[in-house]
Design a protein around this ligand. Sequence first.
Ligand code: NAI
Length: 217
Amino acid sequence: MPKRDNISMSVIRRLPRYYRFLSELKDNGVVRISSRELSDKMGFTASQIRQDLNCFGGFGQQGYGYIVEQLYNEIGNILGLSNRFNAILIGAGNLGRAVSTHMSFESRGFTLTAIFDSNESLIGKKIRDITIQNIDNLEAVCKDRTPDMAILCIPRDSVAALADRLYHLGIKNYWNFSHYDLAIRYPDVIVENVHLSDSLMTLCYRMSNKSEDIREI
Ligand code: NAI
């Protein structure tokens, strides 16, 4: 198996999609699938699928295909989904509430342990049985156990003011919905930026250039 640090980000970004499709196949009772059938369902070419999975050592057998449950479990292991990384969420507004309510953290490697906001009228309210705490208590709450990751659902300017506190608490991983570029300020952090507007603009491009549309790989 190649060293994990040689695997390209584009392969890694496709893994959750494999995992999702395999989960559906598994739930529908499919036991075995060829790379050709998987390719028809997912819109990736069969050779792309073989190439991607070969990065992690293969898993399929020539002429036999993949055992769905085994591949599903293997990809889950590669993604590290059995981890229980301790996550906190900052900003319990519209977005923070939607993220914390609808995201199944536990099946994706995380446990949401605390929610913070600065708005007095939200403090003490609960989301998913987690009481929203005052951001002023961040250090006290994180004193005994440093969170592995912070989810940022606050405006850009608020992150700029809060970033040093988070960093000095030792929080080095972020799921960042704010439009603040943390990685520029702290080169050693791991950040997954989420920009729904990027996806919308990409859709706009594809609709405006229909004749050239290419399937995503
Ligand atoms: P909102 O105004 O409903 O919620 C923001 C919450 O953050 C408020 O409850 C506020 O009290 C809290 N807050 C502000 N500063 C804080 C601080 N220093 N510490 C703790 N809490 C603080 O806004 P909404 O709709 O939830 O959006 C939040 C941010 O997410 C916005 O800045 C928006 O630009 C961004 N956003 C990003 C999206 C994306 O795709 N990345 C999509 C939608 C919004």
